[in-house]
Design a protein around this ligand. Structure first.
Ligand SMILES: Cc1cc2nc3c(=O)[nH]c(=O)nc-3n(C[C@H](O)[C@H](O)[C@H](O)COP(=O)(O)O)c2cc1C
Length: 227
């Protein structure tokens, strides 16, 4: 049996154009690399973005209830089979999401609802952002992740926009000058610490919760297909 490094999917949870989400997801990954992966405990995990805008899934259109499907070939549609293969290939997830009208984006709920067994039992970390940090969307997503039997970290991260000007720039997809590698600048204080602590918890959950995917031999593991 070969033990491969844990694979963590960083979900970019929006689809509008323009948007701030990719910049903020990159900030989260850069922060993790600077604060948590400098001295990796055991095998360093790989972090890969999963952009829901690129996936462009239609509104959920499967004929069966996903929790009843354990064989992905039984899904009706090729897009569901591809999405299933993608989600199945990760050991854990970091959801980086804005708050939209006190909730999380519909495109994220749609992407979640397509699957069940592919999410089940996997650790998850939530990073929300918005005018006040997106606490309401963070709590709602936590509840939904419980519904698909994921294991959210106890610690959540809420990134509050530092002011009106920043909020306008974010909404227009302008450059936010975030730097996860730096200990100064926007979100470099408590937020940086929170990201690092939540990620440490995610790694702890991963080490006590080895997914069968991680014990597969290379020949058993197909590369994730996008289309
Ligand atoms: C449909 C919509 C609803 C929003 N609702 C909220 C909200 O409830 N709370 C908040 O702080 N910001 C809200 N905002 C502002 C977003 O936090 C901000 O526009 C952010 O850039 C959205 O992320 P995105 O650019 O990645 O889509 C909303 C934005 C949109 C587009």
């Amino acid at each position: 049996m070969q033990r491969s490094p844990p694979k963590i999917g960083v979900v970019i949870c929006t689809s509008r154009k323009p948007r701030a989400n990719p910049q903020i997801a990159s900030f989260v990954v850069d922060t993790i690399k600077a604060t948590s992966l400098k001295r990796p405990r055991g095998v360093a995990p790989s972090l890969k973005f999963i952009d829901l805008q690129e996936w462009n899934l239609p509104f959920f259109d499967e004929s069966d209830v996903p929790s009843q499907i354990t064989d992905p070939s039984k899904y009706d549609h090729a897009h569901t089979r591809a999405w299933s293969q993608e989600v199945r290939s990760y050991d854990a997830f970091i959801f980086v999401t804005p708050q939209y009208n006190w909730g999380y984006p519909a495109v994220l709920k749609n992407a979640i609802d397509y699957l069940y067994n592919e999410w089940k039992g996997k650790p998850a970390m939530i990073v929300s952002y918005g005018g006040h940090g997106g606490g309401k969307c963070n709590a709602q997503l936590r509840q939904v992740l419980g519904g698909i039997n994921m294991i959210p970290t106890k610690k959540s991260v809420e990134l509050a926009f530092p002011g009106k000007e920043f909020m306008v720039k974010a909404a227009r997809g302008k450059q936010l000058d975030l730097n996860g590698a730096s200990s100064s600048g926007v979100w470099s204080g408590a937020e940086r610490k929170n990201i690092s602590e939540a990620f440490a918890e995610l790694l702890d959950l991963l080490s006590t919760n080895v997914s069968p995917e991680r014990c597969k031999t290379p020949s058993q593991t197909n590369p994730p297909s996008r289309k």
